[in-house]
Design a protein around this ligand. Structure first.
Ligand SMILES: *Cc1c(COP(=O)(O)O)cnc(C)c1O
Length: 395
């Protein structure tokens, strides 16, 4: 029995990984205990974010940082910061960006549905490059000179989506943007591990970088980090906070908010709907410190051990080859043979529908491959997964 039974919700076995749709991963006991304790006190939320900033700055090498309600929320308030700077009048007008710098330049091949968060702040995306390498028709993607070419007096930021496939290299993009005085905002939501990536994008020239707290960091599902230049982080926080307070009464923490550089109190900004509760801030901080403290090698070994028990449990499965992938984010692939009783997609659908419900990665089902991740598996899950798969692959 779990708390979910009480509300008529079934729990699932999540072999897909820490995706939002399947509720991310699960919290370490130390993280949940910290959240439970945090929930029993009241604090000033701006002071709480200033405390978070010190931790995030230390672990990312950035000047400052805040806890957001996810990486996507970080992109929204980060974009807003690039558009408005420290002008409370502009903050109040978003997402109406009339008369403001409102263009955000990005490489066309990096377009994805999370960039909706950038557009939500009121920005218009300006796409650069023609990525014919993906069509097999050519060798190009986008080049730094094309980014420089797209920057003009209306450009608020360059947006970069980090990843193994991302071109040109971030350092080159940052050079092009900075020589025109334009900041670079990086989506690094899922770029952990390795833990060294907490620092990497700032080192390579990002002015702001957003990470998901609910993925590998192991924080609350609805959490994230936005780290970067002090002024931009200050502006982002001002547009996320609830500031229902009179100017003379308002005493924000000086380490993160310079009241004397503002003309007035920014009112509830474009990021106010992405509010972050105190339990979430504390949970994220405890999880982030744990993540940064765990050696990458130890983390990989912990995941490898789960993959090995899954592999052992699946021994003797019919009509499929079992292929461990290795690497820092180890997975187990199920390669179905052509004579299997179901296609890979049919198998995945049956697995999710049955009891216990098992979710796997279907992104290569078209090639007959299902992929299973170790990140969100609990004790006993490997055996339960094998017990569901084996009969479905038998005639
Ligand atoms: C997961 C993801 C996001 C969203 O992160 P949240 O923390 O769920 O808001 C944004 N961008 C990319 C590339 C992602 O993988």
């Amino acid at each position: 029995m779990s708390i979910y039974d009480k509300y008529g919700v079934r729990t699932i076995i999540n072999a897909k990984g820490n995706v939002t749709r399947l509720s991310g991963g699960f919290l370490d006991a130390e993280v949940s205990a910290a959240m439970a304790e945090a929930a029993t006190y009241c604090v000033d939320v701006a002071e709480l974010q200033a405390g978070a900033s010190a931790v995030i700055a230390k672990l990312t090498g950035a000047e400052a940082g805040i806890v957001t309600s996810g990486a996507a929320a970080g992109l929204l308030v980060g974009t807003a910061a690039c558009i408005t700077g420290l002008d409370p009048g502009k903050m109040a007008r978003l997402p109406d960006t009339g008369g403001m710098k409102n263009e955000v330049v990005m490489v066309r091949s990096q377009r994805n549905f999370y960039d909706h968060a950038v557009r939500t702040a009121g920005a218009r995306l300006v796409e650069v490059g023609l990525p014919d390498r993906f069509a097999g028709a050519g060798v190009r993607d986008a080049e730094p000179w094309e980014i420089a070419d797209a920057i003009n007096e209306r450009t608020a930021a360059v947006f970069y989506v980090a990843g193994g496939n991302a071109r040109p290299p971030l350092a080159d993009v940052a050079r092009a943007a900075h020589s025109a005085g334009v900041p670079v905002l990086v989506d690094a939501a899922a770029q952990l591990p390795p833990a060294s990536n907490l620092r990497r994008f700032i080192q390579e020239g990002a002015d702001l970088v957003a990470f998901s707290g609910g993925k590998a960091i192991g924080g609350p599902q609805g959490s994230g980090i936005l780290a970067g230049k002090r002024d931009l982080v200050m502006s982002a926080l001002l547009q996320q906070l609830d500031l229902d307070i009179l100017w003379e009464e308002w005493a924000p923490p000086a380490s993160l908010i310079d009241k004397d550089r503002l003309r007035g109190t920014p009112q509830h900004g474009v990021g106010r709907p992405c509010k972050v509760g105190k339990e979430t801030v504390i949970g994220l901080l405890v999880a982030l410190e744990k993540f940064a403290a765990e050696n990458d090698h130890a983390r990989t070994q912990r995941l490898q051990a789960i993959i090995q028990s899954l592999q052992a449990a699946l021994t003797g499965v019919d009509h499929a080859r079992i292929v461990p992938t290795g690497g820092a984010n180890p997975k187990l692939e199920l390669h179905l043979t052509p004579d299997a009783p179901r296609t890979a997609m049919q198998l995945a659908i049956e697995l999710a529908r049955g009891n216990p419900s098992v979710h796997v990665d279907t992104s290569r089902a078209h090639a007959g491959i299902l992929s299973l991740s170790a990140w969100c598996l609990r004790d006993g899950d490997p055996e339960n997964i094998a017990a569901r798969i084996k009969p479905l692959l038998r005639y």
